[in-house]
Design a protein around this ligand. Structure first.
Ligand code: EPU
Length: 455
């Protein structure tokens, strides 16, 4: 089928298209002809949601932070530009002859001189996570003026808990003209506090700020996501004294200064889950190379309940499904170690083909159902009632043009398209490029009929 599309088949070892001169445009589309089983190996990239805070954490030191296994993503490039605005210099190590595109890239990040402590609206509104620069700026420079990010497609996403954490660490906060103005002229001081709700952004911010605060900080009800642990590991290599990351109680002994270090980004558990669900959808047998099961146990458990075989191996995780139909599952999203909200859309795509009815409840973001109407356009039967979607499995999906307004919703349409009869075109591919490295190359190398169309 890939041949029918006239799509070039890229080996998993192909260099990144951008590196090989093929342009990735904002208006690119992805075209899929459904029905092919996936067989082969998919290399899992470094995690987007660890890379972004790690890049931001580099601002805590004058020395160079070297990050390995960095995924080649639009969000990484955008954050590079945003940090450049503050004076952060990022050198991307070139590929050596013989190296392939699967290894991830190496960034040498130097925040020797912070030239600007303001993060303007034009930049922060393009990437919410860039708001987190407030923490290293106030910790190292004693001041920051950072635009409030505003709402986004998946919900209102306030920053009140990040502000609360900074205040508990001795920051004076004013909000003026849409900007958070944070000041701690005499430096931050440790504090003890409990987040009223689990927040990844709040926990990252608190850890970064507390690393350079005077005295001890205790964070209760901290987020336990693996990316928090990865950032804490890196900060500890830089000389921070953080213990308990990965549990709900994190203790940080502040230090005067951090130094340079080298750290390899952990594998992306959401990319892992996405391809695992894609294999469950199409049937087949794929090794998700470098994937680590402990980062995604709840997602893998759900997959096994659908009748898919999940086998951890020395190299990663093998996912296989043969002829058997998919069993429906009832799933509620929750903070780690629960089922991740970032896989909710992908699970829903899978359940559109289950033999029976499933219920999927979203508890993290109030508006994370934009994929529902698009899946319905492909023939899915889904009813929304508040935060719960009831999905009645159908025998077949039929290809159609679709689009989505966020990253995970877009990739759920790819999963549906892989199983739909005929042709599915996914518009607004720039959402996918924010968080999935070489998606079409990785899938087509395993037999999918998928190609990128650039006009
Ligand atoms: N929240 C508040 N106040 C705050 C902060 C958060 O009410 O001050 C609320 C949010 O509105 C949300 C909930 O708390 O309802 C959880 O938000 P959290 O802070 O945990 O999320 P985040 O840090 O903004 C990260 C990921 C998201 C992922 C969530 C949940 C990054 C860059 N983003 O967002 O990833 O969905 O944690 O796991 O790490 C994605 O990759 O597609 C994505 C959206």
């Amino acid at each position: 089928m890939a041949r029918a599309l006239g799509a070039p088949k890229f080996a998993c070892t192909q260099t990144h298209p951008a590196a090989s001169g093929r342009q990735r445009g904002a208006m690119d589309r992805i075209r899929i002809v459904g029905g092919e089983r996936l067989t082969g190996t998919i290399p899992i990239s470094g995690a987007k949601n660890a890379t972004l805070p790690l890049m931001i954490a580099s601002m805590l030191t004058e020395d160079t932070l070297i990050l390995d296994n960095v995924p080649h993503l639009a969000d990484v490039g955008l954050l590079q530009r945003i940090l450049g605005n503050h004076g952060v210099d990022i050198m991307i190590a070139g590929k050596r002859p013989g190296e392939n595109g699967d290894k991830g890239r190496t960034l040498h990040i130097s925040a020797k001189r912070i030239v600007d402590t303001t993060a303007p609206y034009e930049l922060v509104s393009r990437m919410r996570a860039s708001f987190w620069v407030v923490a290293p700026l106030v910790a190292r420079m004693g001041e920051a003026k950072v635009s409030m990010p505003g709402g986004c497609a998946i919900g209102t996403r306030p920053v009140d808990l990040l502000i609360m954490a900074l205040e508990k660490l001795g920051t004076d906060i004013e909000i003026e003209g849409g900007y958070v103005i944070a000041r701690a002229k005499k430096g931050l001081r440790g504090g003890e506090f409990k987040f009223p709700k689990v927040t990844v952004s709040g926990t990252h911010t608190a850890i970064m700020a507390a690393a350079l605060a005077r005295g001890t900080t205790v964070i209760e009800n901290a987020a336990r996501e693996p990316e928090i642990g990865d950032v804490a590991d890196c900060l500890n290599k830089m000389g921070a004294k953080i213990s308990g990351a990965g549990t709900s109680r994190i203790v940080i002994e502040g230090v005067d200064k951090l130094h340079g270090a080298r750290h390899s980004v952990l594998p992306d558990r959401i990319e892992t889950g996405t391809y695992a669900f894609a294999v469950a959808m199409t049937g087949g047998n794929v090794l998700l190379q470098n994937a680590r099961p402990e980062l995604l146990q709840a997602g893998l458990d759900v997959l096994e309940r659908t009748g898919t075989t999940v086998t951890p191996t020395n190299e990663g995780i093998r996912i296989a499904r043969n002829g058997a139909g998919l069993a429906p599952v009832d799933v509620t999203t929750a903070p780690f170690p629960g089922f991740p909200t970032d896989l909710q859309a992908q699970l829903m795509a899978l359940m559109t083909r289950a033999k029976g009815t499933s219920h999927i409840t979203e508890t993290i973001f109030e508006n994370r159902f934009m994929h529902v109407q698009e899946l319905v356009r492909l023939g899915a039967r889904i009813q929304l009632d508040g935060q719960t979607a009831t999905v009645e499995g159908v025998a077949r999906l039929k290809g159609a043009p679709v689009m989505a307004t966020d990253l995970r919703a877009s990739v759920s349409l790819v999963i549906a398209g892989l199983a739909a009869e005929g042709e599915t075109t996914i518009n607004r591919v720039y959402h996918l490029d924010r968080g999935f490295e070489r998606l079409e190359d990785k899938l087509s190398a395993c037999g999918a009929a998928i190609e990128r169309i650039s006009d």
